[in-house]
Design a protein around this ligand. Structure first.
Ligand SMILES: [Zn+2]
Length: 174
């Protein structure tokens, strides 16, 4: 189910790369524990560009956008809560050995990422989604399970084993 999209981050920026697509929610392995429903897809867009000049040089950047909606698990009733996803992250690529200034570290408008030759974009998106998800989501008004709350999961689907059907037939033939 999981897909991998790997880019060479510096080459991607140098070439002004643009990646976009749909990511199935079910493929977000590390986020699944926090979700009530794994149906649907999120759309993403990753854009490579050079950042503004600061001092002598400018750093390569990745601009990441993720949109869609997830169903997070209510901590009280365990039912889903619709959670709109709208992530806009600016990630500046830092090469090995390059040092960040204090000013840069304190800058909240962007994050830093080591420039990797094999950057797994899906993993990166997963990280951003996990950071974005609420820590302990709850419905404003909801009741605990088994106290008469509306539960979509209550409908049980009864599975009939084909073998049990066969058994019945045998009985009738005799
Ligand atoms: Zn709830």
């Amino acid at each position: 189910m999981s897909q991998r999209v790997v880019i060479d981050s510096l080459v991607f920026v140098r070439e002004g790369g643009l990646l976009q697509g749909e990511l199935p929610v079910a493929g977000l392995a590390r986020a699944l524990d926090m979700l009530a429903d794994t149906a649907g897809e999120l759309s993403y867009r990753v854009q490579g560009r050079m950042g503004p000049k600061t001092g002598q040089s400018s750093r390569p950047q990745l601009f990441l956008e993720v949109d869609g909606s997830l169903s997070v698990c209510c901590q009280r009733c365990l039912e889903g809560i619709d959670y709109p996803v709208r992530i806009r992250s600016l990630l500046e690529l830092v090469k090995d050995g390059e040092e960040l200034t204090q000013e840069e570290i304190e800058d909240d408008s962007k994050d830093f990422l080591s420039a990797q030759k094999e950057l797994d974009v899906v993993e990166l998106i997963e990280d951003e989604i996990i950071l974005d998800l609420p820590v302990a989501p709850r419905h404003e008004n909801c009741v605990l399970p088994d106290t008469g709350g509306l539960s979509k999961k209550a409908e049980k689907v009864e599975k009939v084993s084909p073998f049990s059907v066969l058994k019945d037939l045998k009985g009738k033939v005799r």
